[in-house]
Design a protein around this ligand. Structure first.
Ligand code: ZN
Length: 325
């Protein structure tokens, strides 16, 4: 992800100066890969990635370059004796209120291929700590660590991993006396027809006119045949709860947790994420029959706060609501 950031004056940033002192320090003591570069790990990786390049099989196999980090990972049991400046830096940021973390990007550089039997060693340094930055998420510091991966004395690759450690921005609260409004859907040329249908109280399913496959959510092309032409069919409105989650946390303005979010399988066979209404959240169950209805949210109450939001929701059929649980 990309975090839009603007610099802030660092002159009075005493914490920033303490953080800068971490630059160049070892993030952890020198580590050794837990396994030699080996065929089974390469095979599993290639199967997971769907990579069938012949360079990764046979007695002269090399490891896919993007596996670089895999050879340095500690697994569930971790590496022993790895205490370094990294934990110290994070403790300092935590104490300063920068308790949240988000990974922002990763860069890798490959200098030579890893071959079967190579024994990987690595060391990680804190390469840089940014000035204090304010992003949409909050204010904090970008921390970049660099891991140098070696075989013997040869540097074979590096990976840089950048995170933002930040104090979360406070959610803007709606002015007193006004209700928070639901977030609006992002309508674009690929899904506009869906939302136009919803406005008319029709749930439209896209249908590929080349092969007839139905699809939802709306997409520019058909996943079955690649066809770009489509028309729509209107959902009958019958469906069942295919799966669901109950949202407790985090709270969002305009939503009142706990509430059930269902993955509804329509009679036509496609599935749609929506709210399940008509029963308490803890009565929602997989397999419950539901019926489509349209609800209006955020009715204007006099002021020019924009139009209401129409959404498809699914009501548990009454004759079944009592018999579950
Ligand atoms: Zn098709």
């Amino acid at each position: 992800m990309e975090a839009a950031a603007k610099g802030e004056s660092g002159a009075s940033d005493e914490l920033g100066a303490r953080l800068k002192a971490f630059e160049g320090r070892a993030a952890s003591v020198t580590g050794k890969g837990k396994d030699l570069v080996n065929e089974p790990m390469i095979r599993h990786w290639c199967e997971a990635m769907g990579d069938t390049d012949p360079a990764y099989t046979g007695p002269d196999a090399i490891a896919p370059p993007t596996m670089l980090q895999a050879w340095t990972m500690g697994g569930l049991s971790g590496h022993t004796g790895r205490a370094g400046a990294h934990d110290e830096l994070f403790d300092l940021l935590d104490e300063a209120g920068c308790t949240s973390v988000v990974a922002t990007d990763c860069e890798q550089e490959y200098l030579r291929p890893l071959r079967l039997g190579d024994e990987v060693g690595f060391d990680t340094v804190i390469e840089s700590v940014s000035d204090r930055k304010t992003t949409k998420l909050g204010t904090g510091y970008f921390v970049t660590t660099r891991t140098d991966v070696r075989v013997g004395q040869d540097l074979v690759g590096t990976h840089r991993f950048r995170i933002l450690k930040y104090a979360p921005a406070r959610q803007k609260e709606a002015p007193k006396g006004t209700r928070a409004r639901r977030p609006r859907p992002v309508v674009n040329r690929d899904n506009a027809g869906f939302w136009e249908g919803v406005e008319r109280h029709q749930l439209l399913i896209q249908r590929c006119t080349d092969c007839g496959t139905l699809r939802h959510p709306w997409l520019p092309g058909c996943n079955a045949c690649g066809g770009l032409d489509w028309d729509t069919v209107e959902a009958s409105g019958e469906g069942t709860v295919y799966s669901y989650v109950v949202m407790h946390h985090p709270p969002f303005p305009a939503f009142d947790p706990p509430y059930a979010v269902g993955l509804i399988e329509l009679a036509e066979g496609v599935r749609i994420v929506s709210n399940v209404v008509g029963v308490p959240y803890d009565k929602v169950r997989i397999g419950l029959p539901v019926r489509l209805e349209f609800r209006r949210y955020d009715e204007p109450d006099g002021d020019d706060e924009g139009g209401p939001l129409v959404l498809p929701v699914f009501r548990v059929l009454e004759d079944r609501a009592g018999g579950v649980g």
